[in-house]
Design a protein around this ligand. Structure first.
Ligand SMILES: NC(=O)c1ccc[n+]([C@@H]2O[C@H](COP(=O)([O-])OP(=O)(O)OC[C@H]3O[C@@H](n4cnc5c(N)ncnc54)[C@H](O)[C@@H]3O)[C@@H](O)[C@H]2O)c1
Length: 352
């Protein structure tokens, strides 16, 4: 699998990755180590896992700190020797946010402000990792970075993630304009790949896990809601390239996939790819979450801005991502660390 090469690789810098033991964070840590960075990871292991970094745990340029971004002292200590910060630590996942909105708000707002203020104190640059959720229910054909936000009732916990991430972005911009913080922002659109867990409501690993078990694939609503999935190996190098580009200061960039697909079609594609005997079961949102749950019907990125800046182009196929996610779930099962056993799993072509 080819990885996009951006000009000027090889940094020799010291990077702090908050949330570095998580899904996206662990891929980023590996990439930064490959580039020659010293890397410090700060993670409370709430949804992440040290096992995600098992492949690089022995690297002498990696330091792992078990702690929370909610503790300003810990954040300051983690940042002491760093000249740049990739801020990914967050309460993530619709299920987690709906179940624990207060925790999500605290981590995603107070935790982020701790990281931004420490970065000013330590004169470190920041890449703030935000989300396409900030666009809310805007179903525009292609969402540009300056597209309107269309959010539901703020009293619905479902919108607290989008609300908090929007405030994070506003904080970042204000610290940039008023305090001189060197910060840029990326908005990820359904990033997928190995090590993403389905435990907190992420659709692709959930459906792949069900297909491997030959269980019905549970698709919420009528399944006609669409998303553009992007592969983590396409997104991570672009994050690093954006962080290091001075033109990105104070700006936000979409990083999404190129292919729009409904969740129903995704489920069928997973079944086909994995040669599974599963069927598809439509589950009303009210049963999956709570009465009144609102979802986005459509979320399509316009990636032009990131393409113009760093040449970002998503090129990994969804089929290859499905196969890699399946292989990852099966290997975790072999290691006995997956939440749901895959016994009786479908065999599928090309992996295992
Ligand atoms: N994966 C996606 O599709 C996607 C889409 C949009 C945005 N994002 C953003 O990307 C970032 C990474 O998400 P991910 O998908 O890898 O999820 P993840 O849950 O795997 O990663 C989040 C990490 O943050 C850590 N964390 C949580 N609270 C913390 C705290 N208080 N202190 C320290 N660490 C803490 C978790 O243990 C975990 O390792 C998040 O900021 C998320 O909002 C992800």
């Amino acid at each position: 699998m080819s990885v996009p090469i951006y000009p000027g690789r090889g940094t020799g810098r010291t990077s702090l990755v908050t949330g570095g033991a998580g899904f996206v964070g662990s891929h980023l840590v590996e990439h930064l180590l490959d580039l020659g960075d010293e890397v410090v990871v700060l993670d409370d292991l709430s949804t992440g896992s040290a096992r995600n970094l098992a492949g690089v745990a022995d690297n002498p340029r990696l330091t792992m700190i078990h702690g929370s971004i909610l503790n300003p002292t810990t954040v300051g200590q983690a940042m002491r020797s760093c000249d740049r910060v990739f801020h990914l630590a967050a309460a993530v996942g619709v299920k987690l946010i709906v179940e624990q909105p207060l925790r999500g708000l605290r981590i995603n707002i107070h935790g982020t402000e701790n990281v931004l203020t420490a970065a000013i104190e330590h004169q470190a640059s920041v890449l703030l990792v935000s989300t396409s959720e900030v666009y809310g229910k805007n179903t525009a054909d292609r969402l540009r970075e300056d597209s309107d936000r269309v959010l539901g009732d703020p009293l619905l916990s479902r919108w607290t993630y989008a609300g908090a991430k929007g405030i994070d972005e506003a904080f970042a911009k204000a610290y940039c304009d008023q305090e001189g913080l060197d910060v840029s922002i990326v908005r990820l659109f359904n990033t997928v790949g190995p090590r993403q867990t389905g435990r907190y409501g992420m659709v692709l690993p959930n459906l792949v896990g069900q297909a491997l078990r030959n269980q019905p694939l549970t698709v919420f609503g009528d399944g006609r809601q669409t998303r553009c999935f992007s592969a983590v190996e396409d997104v991570v190098p672009a994050m690093v390239a954006i962080e290091r580009d001075p033109r990105a200061r104070g700006e936000a960039y979409n990083l999404g996939g190129a292919r729009e697909i409904s969740i129903l079609d995704l489920a069928h594609e997973i079944i086909r790819t994995l040669d599974s005997r599963s069927t598809v079961e439509l589950v009303p949102y009210e049963r999956a979450y709570a009465p009144g749950f609102e979802d986005m019907r459509r979320r399509v990125p316009d990636n032009t801005k990131a393409h113009a800046l760093v040449g970002y182009e998503p090129h990994t196929s969804l089929t290859s991502t499905i196969m890699r996610v399946a292989a990852d779930l099966l290997s975790r099962e072999r290691l006995g660390s997956d939440a749901m056993p895959l016994a009786g799993a479908a065999t599928f072509r090309g992996v295992v």
